[in-house]
Design a protein around this ligand. Structure first.
Ligand SMILES: Nc1nc2c(ncn2[C@@H]2O[C@H](COP(=O)(O)OP(=O)(O)OP(=O)(O)O)[C@@H](O)[C@H]2O)c(=O)[nH]1
Length: 391
């Protein structure tokens, strides 16, 4: 049953790997590892059909592969470089050790100890990963707890084999300890797979949430994500009466960049601009792409004069000048601050858009501020004379 279930879980993991392999790493290795465990079980079942020593060697080699691949999968999941040296070294030591105690100097006790201690290396490496890189979440703690238990089980089996002799841990003999080990080994193989899938599902949930609120090209927020960020900031600032300012940034003549340099270069310009905008702002501010070549920025607790300063920082960080690997680029920016508590996001956007329209009409490559009746609003400082620099 465990073999069948492991085979089924391998298919589930492989299918997840096919759909979300880029976002959730390690699933492919785990799927392959489970297949090896299934292969090991099949080889063990064939020990009466095949020459027994061949079947036992195949069982051990496949089991080492399976457990080792799960370690590599867990490393990839946590974004760590796979330890192929540890994998190959442990596998080779395991196969040589088991081969020696099986073929050259038959000793069941030494074989069990070799297998158990080397399997412990693979499990303990994963416990270390969870402790170092695991998120504080139920799924990770569950996986970590199972790995710790499994490490303890294989370690104690190895010690028991050394201390009490091979018969005490021979899974083919009807002893209490052997039965307990067999039950644990079967159960844990499944539970570890389920626990890893639980972590993978949690990671996937985070990825999907991020996809629904972020722009895939530039990585900044999309309209939906921006609306959420706005609601959060609005609720915070409403209580303190602090101002909220919005900025619409539109690239000038962006169509020319696409026409002259190609769509791919246009995309690279958009990515650069998004990064330049984010770097010119504080952590608390929100940046979004509202489609095409238009970005929207929410400046928390900022009056229009500081928004103008931020706008100038953004303009200064745009690609341009000789030697730059991207085409020169300018932006027009419209700024508006909340006029009153009653003003909606749509109202604020409409006023910032009107200011942007003015910036475009006045020659582009400039900043315009919406005239707000609020006393804090500074006069609209326009930037230096606009150029019609194509971007
Ligand atoms: N490369 C690239 N281009 C895009 C993307 N989205 C929209 N565009 C292009 O952006 C250009 C927008 O052109 P327009 O609306 O005429 O604006 P513009 O040329 O910037 O002119 P002004 O805004 O008036 O200065 C079009 O050529 C679109 O194809 C995108 O994701 N990638």
């Amino acid at each position: 049953m465990t073999t069948l279930m492991s085979g089924a879980m391998s298919i589930v993991m492989y299918s997840c790997h096919n759909s979300f392999g880029d976002e959730v790493k390690g699933l492919g290795r785990w799927a392959l590892g489970l297949l090896c465990v299934v292969g090991a079980a099949v080889a063990f079942m064939l020990r009466d059909t095949l020459p027994p020593k061949v079947a036992l060697m195949a069982t051990n080699a496949l089991l080492f592969w399976g457990i080792g691949l799960s370690m590599i999968g867990t490393q990839e999941f946590f974004g760590q470089p796979p330890s192929w040296r540890l994998f190959h070294g442990t596998w080779l030591a395991g196969v040589l050790g088991v081969g020696w105690w099986l073929l050259v100097a038959p000793d069941f006790m030494a074989r069990v100890a070799t297998f158990s201690f080397l399997a412990f290396v693979f499990y303990a490496a994963q416990v270390r990963l969870v402790l170092r890189h695991g998120a504080r979440h139920f799924s990770t703690r569950f996986f970590g707890a199972l790995l710790t238990l499994q490490s303890a089980v294989v370690l104690s089996r190895g010690c028991l084999a050394l201390l009490s002799g091979g018969a005490s841990v021979d899974v083919l003999l009807d002893s209490g300890v052997a039965n307990l080990y067999l039950a644990m080994a079967n159960f844990m193989a499944l539970m570890l797979t389920v626990a890893f899938m639980t972590m993978a599902t949690r990671r996937l949930q985070t990825v999907l949430e991020s996809r629904s609120t972020h722009d895939p090209l530039t990585g900044v927020l999309n309209r939906r994500g921006f609306a959420r960020a706005y609601e959060r900031q609005r609720a915070l600032l409403r209580r303190s009466g602090r101002p909220l300012t919005l900025m619409i940034i539109d690239l000038d003549h962006f169509k020319l960049v696409n026409d002259k340099h190609g769509h791919l270069m246009g995309d690279r310009v958009l990515i650069h601009v998004a990064r330049a905008i984010a770097q010119a702002l504080r952590e608390i501010d929100a940046v979004a792409r509202f489609g095409g070549e238009e970005f929207v920025v929410l400046l928390s607790d900022a009056e229009p004069p500081s928004a103008v300063q931020a706008a100038e920082r953004i303009r200064a960080a745009l690609p341009g000048g000789p030697g730059h690997r991207l085409p020169a680029c300018t932006v027009s920016i419209g700024i508006a601050s909340h006029a009153s508590d009653e003003e909606s996001l749509d109202g604020l956007l409409a006023r910032a858009d009107a200011a942007l329209y003015r910036a475009k009409a006045n020659g582009r490559d400039r900043v315009e501020v919406s005239e707000t009746p609020a006393p804090a609003t500074a006069p609209a400082p326009a930037s230096a004379a606009g150029s019609d620099n194509p971007c």
